[in-house]
Design a protein around this ligand. Structure first.
Ligand SMILES: [Zn+2]
Length: 465
């Protein structure tokens, strides 16, 4: 068990507080933030003169990032990624909590027994805090409530083929049953929102063609899935979270559902904000993900939705897009098939867990988005989604001292040797990004790949060391 950290203080001219960025000092006591003292509040209390205080100058202190969408793949596919490499990459990127998807581990987390196997696999290998989701698949309705009671932070379902035979898509009736249970517990459904229709897909004429790959997963699949989810959410208002929104064409539907007051929230991913289809070369399967990266015009619309906190003439208090999660989903390089460049056959998934903050900042900085909006998207709203906002996701007294200290002005170029994930194959290689993470704290502990693991399991029922 880690020994409690001593009382210490950190000061910066730019601290991301819930009501904006201010010069302030954070007093940390053990695992928690004890006090936040803005510079303009007067003097540092004399009683704290003996507390060591480090002045970080212009470095930003943000809440630690919460990445609510990570595929760790352990146990069973630890050659793809694992708790050690994923959480080392996380803390190198300012992330103090990741939540692991129920696939592509083996077994998939669709039962309490499988959750126990996964938690045992994670023990002692977490450099940041780790939460878990359960999975909804046909036939496991009886496991949903026990999974929630065992502490999962949400239930994930696919509406289309997941790529794994052991994680089949949920049917509409599976979803109805699960939503009743989720509503009772106030736990979110996380939905991969693509619904395949009857229109037969065109056969590939060139397996290396990115345009053909993107056309094989059209916008309308996302729209139909989101329409269905909104309908189900209206019938049973459990929290429904659409993961990895790619199609901006769905934004009007989302606006309408939010204006009706439905508990619908939406995640998008760094790659949909950073890349556009026009720049993906044929055969460069590092970019393959589902739903696919779409046009530059689509990207611009997503960026506007992410940046905008108060949509005009809107009756809901917030934004069309609530959270940004990495959807870090790596695989061994051979499965990416760069040798033949087949988009049809390559594994889909983009590896980027360590890069979320600089990628998103590089996208949003040119439009003048405030640091506090960034903290909302990357920390505060994910904490709310997971039901952890009384514990994590903001710099407030009483909350966990999860901190990300970073320089928003420093630019750096992504090189494989900078990356801690198991396979550094990523479409961001060679890209220059703005925003360099200097330090991460998890519950008051300095969390770094070079130090001992200090992460714990974060369950709905509490944290477990
Ligand atoms: Zn995913």
């Amino acid at each position: 068990m880690p020994s409690p950290s001593p009382r210490f203080a950190l000061r910066s001219r730019r601290v991301c507080l819930p009501d904006g960025v201010a010069a302030a000092t954070l007093l940390i006591n053990g695992e928690r933030i004890e006090a936040v003292v803005p510079d303009d509040s007067g003097q540092w209390p004399n009683s704290l003169d003996d507390v060591p205080c480090e002045d970080l100058g212009d470095l930003v202190i943000s809440p630690g990032l919460i990445d609510a969408h990570v595929h760790v793949n352990e146990p069973g596919r630890t050659d793809w990624e694992g708790f050690e490499s994923a959480t080392k990459a996380a803390v190198a990127g300012g992330v103090s909590l990741i939540v692991d998807m129920p696939l592509n581990s083996h077994p998939v987390t669709t039962s309490v027994r499988a959750l126990a196997v996964k938690r045992a696999a994670a023990r002692g290998k977490c450099w940041c805090d780790v939460g878990f989701y359960g999975g909804l698949v046909p036939g496991n309705a009886d496991e949903i409530e026990p999974l929630i009671e065992a502490g999962v932070l949400g239930i994930k379902a696919f509406l289309c083929d997941s790529g794994l035979d052991e994680f089949l898509p949920a049917t509409e009736s599976d979803l109805r049953v699960a939503l009743r249970i989720l509503h009772k517990h106030g736990v979110p459904l996380l939905a991969h929102a693509e619904l395949v229709d009857d229109v037969s897909p065109a056969a590939y004429s060139d397996e290396r063609s990115y345009a053909e790959y993107a056309a094989s997963r059209p916008d309308r699949w996302e729209l139909s899935a989101i329409q269905m989810l909104i309908r189900l959410c209206a019938a049973c208002p459990a929290p429904v979270h659409i993961v990895h929104l790619s199609s901006a064409a769905a934004l009007p539907l989302i606006r309408e559902a939010k204006e009706r007051g439905l508990p619908l929230t939406v995640e998008t991913c760094p790659h949909y904000l950073f890349f556009s289809a026009e720049e993906v070369s044929d055969g460069d399967t590092r970019f393959k993900c589902a739903p696919p990266i779409r046009s530059g015009a689509n990207r611009a619309e997503l960026l506007t939705a992410v940046a905008n906190t108060s949509p005009h003439a809107s009756s809901f208090n917030g934004s069309l897009i609530d959270t940004i999660g990495s959807d870090h989903s790596p695989c061994p390089p051979a499965l990416k098939r760069l040798s033949d460049g087949s988009f049809m056959r390559a594994w889909g998934g983009i590896a980027s867990l360590q890069l979320t903050l600089p990628v998103v900042w590089s996208c949003l900085r040119p439009s003048g988005v405030a640091l506090s909006r960034l903290a909302e998207l990357l920390s505060h709203r994910p904490a709310q989604l997971l039901g952890l906002h009384d514990r994590k996701g903001s710099l407030r007294p009483g909350l966990d001292a999860d901190l990300c200290i970073w320089d928003p002005n420093e630019e750096w170029t992504v090189r494989p040797e900078n990356l801690h994930m198991r396979h550094p194959l990523t479409p961001y290689e060679g890209r220059t990004l703005a925003g360099a993470v200097k330090r991460t704290y998890a519950r008051g502990e300095l969390a770094s790949p070079e130090r001992a693991p200090c992460g714990v399991a974060v369950l709905r029922t509490g944290i477990v060391r």
